[in-house]
Design a protein around this ligand. Structure first.
Ligand SMILES: Nc1ncnc2c1ncn2[C@@H]1O[C@H](COP(=O)(O)OP(=O)(O)OP(=O)(O)O)[C@@H](O)[C@H]1O
Length: 315
């Protein structure tokens, strides 16, 4: 019996190998790999997601759609795409990275070609900076060798050691190849709260004029953002070679969220859970949050961050 079952197993394995050799695409169909079946940019999808799911971020929405579309439609980019997203906590920086990933990789954030680093989790000890540098460079090189269309997200960039930021520089520069590897099709996304306060000041001043928030333009926040990021020794990005050499393609400001956006987040969360829309509940959840400045109570202190748990409480 043992001989027969071993024979059957060997036979099946041989048949499977033969089958995969004849129909290799079947293998790629089931197993994620660096091919168009798994990686292809959906501009319409990204546009629709940004319009319907990202609330209160008209400036970020526009820049991201243009930047990602331009890059993904260019067959011969001269450097990887580098986006630096800035803003107050809970305003959608991680969320937007997810929307980008969803519209490039079939498996979205679960794709093995999307890599997330968080300063405090992956690089916690300043004393081990040299080890982190080697590991990080090794990781980036290995993954881009495996798939040119890799995406690297660095969260809490403002808490990252400037030396470590500098170690990324060769990969995001204009080199055609480094040790035989081209990094030009990769995407790097940096997330940070640096500049969040100055973006908030500008948005508050604008709010006080009584104008429509949508009229706030990139040029209105650009100056305060760049001053806060580049001239602030605590911003992490301060005086790094990424800034000095102009290697960041787009600085993207995220505006602080107002009460009405928090209501939208609560409604979206209900929909995501398959619950019937309940504006009263959404208002109740939104009014539980804290708003600032104290005098006007305009912006949510935590953005949309605690909506999920607040909703759990009421359900
Ligand atoms: N502008 C927004 N539109 C829609 N949903 C949002 C928005 N901002 C935040 N959210 C919701 O709140 C959750 C938390 O937001 P997210 O993690 O993107 O914030 P963040 O800006 O990255 O914050 P932090 O700086 O603290 O990391 C998201 O998963 C999303 O569900």
């Amino acid at each position: 019996i043992e001989i027969i079952s071993t024979g059957i197993a060997v036979g099946m394995a041989a048949a499977l190998t033969g089958f995969l050799a004849s129909y290799p695409n079947i293998f790629y169909y089931f197993h994620e790999c660096c091919r168009a079946e798994w990686i292809s940019f959906n501009k319409t999808g990204l546009q629709a997601d940004l319009e319907s799911q990202l609330f209160g971020q008209h400036i970020a929405s526009r820049i991201i759609l243009k930047a990602v579309t331009g890059f993904m439609n260019n067959n011969n980019p001269k450097k990887p795409l580098v986006l630096s997203l800035h803003g107050w906590t809970g305003t959608g920086k991680n969320f937007v990275s997810q929307l980008i990933a969803d519209n490039i990789y079939k498996k979205g954030m679960d794709s093995s070609f999307v890599h997330i680093f968080t300063s405090e989790l992956h690089f916690p000890h300043a004393s081990q900076i040299e080890t982190y540098k080697t590991q990080l460079q090794h990781w980036i090189r290995g993954n881009v060798t495996n798939c040119a269309h890799s995406m690297f997200i660095f969260d809490e960039m403002d808490k990252m050691h400037p030396g470590l930021i500098d170690s990324i520089k060769p990969f995001v520069d204009y080199y055609e190849k480094l040790d035989g590897v081209s990094y030009r099709k990769a995407i790097f996304i940096f997330l940070s709260n640096a500049g969040g306060e100055s973006i908030t000041h500008t948005t508050l001043d604008f709010w006080k004029t009584g104008k429509d928030r949508e009229e706030l333009a990139l040029k209105d926040v650009e100056m305060s953002l760049s001053l806060a990021v580049f001239n602030n020794k605590n911003s992490g990005l301060w005086h790094t070679s990424l800034i000095d050499k102009n290697l960041v393609d787009f600085f993207v400001p995220f505006l602080p969220l107002e009460y009405r956006h928090v209501v939208q987040c609560a409604m979206a969360e209900m929909e995501a859970r398959g619950l019937p829309p309940n504006p009263d509940l959404a208002n109740q959840v939104a009014s539980e949050l804290t708003y600032f400045p104290k005098s006007d109570r305009v912006f949510s202190v935590k953005g949309c961050k605690t909506i999920e748990s607040k909703l759990d409480y009421y359900l």
